[in-house]
Design a binder for this molecule. Structure first.
Ligand code: NAG
Length: 297
């Protein structure tokens, strides 16, 4: 069987909402007070490179868990995002691939670096939601599901190399001036986290903070984002970018690093070995009062 290349979380009860500059969406809990969702990343390849096989397995596990929504950690459309709102890749890599009944739920997506290589604003356009009602993609926003609050953060503009290396061609519309954009984003995330009263606080972004994969750590996020996450006791940072799944526990904080970026073209054996005491591979996470990690056998 294919490895199930995503994480699933199950969460129970409680309430509250937060006020911040970032737009916040309410996600209702199930009638029994629980919530479950899948996380995928690095996927849109018109079904190729095992995207369809992973989608099939998501449909199966999505039904078993009766999922409430799906999170995408970005790199939604390869190789270069969407060319515009009429790009057929939207149907070919999303609508026509995730067809299982259990996946006909709300999707919450951030942008990955590949999404910035096309018409970046296309994926943010509400017209796509008219084409497929599951679609919601914003640069940075909040999903408030009472017991858990999920903060989605646009990480590509943090990466210096994308601005300095001439081989990159990114659509930075809406980002410049970059320093102001990043300063405002960090301020908004800080404010939203400090007003959050949710029991669990999760952050989602495309780039890894820590990773034993091909791309490795993102120094800019380590320096600029991690202090904010630690100050506000964020439970986990969830990302894609490296095409695999990983769980890294830092030895000096409770913050957990979960990677789900293997939803097509998964990398095998492309590993920069990490301290084994801090590193695990996983299939599924359950969150209620405790984290329970179901390790890959
Ligand atoms: C699909 O996944 C299988 C099993 O992991 C792997 O052997 C194969 O190379 C993958 N195919 C592509 C096109 O990535």
């Amino acid at each position: 069987m294919l490895p199930l290349i995503f994480a699933a979380f199950i969460i129970c009860f409680c309430s509250f909402s937060s006020l911040a500059e970032l737009q916040s969406f309410q996600q209702p809990l199930k009638s029994d007070g629980s919530l479950s969702f899948l996380v995928i990343g690095d996927w849109g390849r018109r079904g190729l490179y095992n995207q369809s096989e992973v989608a099939l397995q998501m449909g199966v596990i999505g039904e078993e868990l009766d999922i409430d929504f799906v999170i995408s950690t970005g790199d939604n459309f390869y190789e270069d995002g969407l060319t515009g709102i009429d790009d057929p890749n939207f149907y070919e890599s999303f609508t026509n691939i995730y067809t299982a009944p259990s996946l006909q739920k709300q999707w919450y997506s951030v942008l990955g670096n590949h999404d910035y290589r096309g018409d970046v604003e296309a994926q943010l356009n509400p017209i796509l939601t008219q084409k497929d009602s599951r679609w919601l993609c914003m640069r940075s926003f909040i999903v408030n599901a009472e017991i858990v609050e999920i903060f989605f953060v646009d990480t590509s503009p943090f990466v210096n190399d994308y601005f300095t290396n001439p081989e990159h061609n990114y659509d930075w519309k809406g980002i410049s001036p970059r320093e102001t954009y990043l300063a405002n984003l960090l301020k908004d995330v800080d404010a939203a986290l400090s007003s959050s009263t949710a029991k669990w606080k999760l952050l989602v972004g495309h780039h890894a903070i820590l990773s034993a994969g091909h791309h490795g750590i993102t120094v800019e996020l380590l320096q600029q984002l991690v202090p904010i996450l630690q100050e506000h006791n964020v439970d986990a940072y969830i990302n894609g970018h490296d095409h695999c799944i990983q769980h890294i526990s830092s030895s000096h904080s409770l913050l957990q690093f979960l990677m789900s970026g293997g939803s097509s073209k998964a990398w095998t054996g492309d590993v920069d070995w990490w301290n084994p005491k801090e590193m695990q591979f996983f299939m599924m996470v359950k969150v209620s009062c405790l984290w329970r990690l179901h390790k890959l056998k």
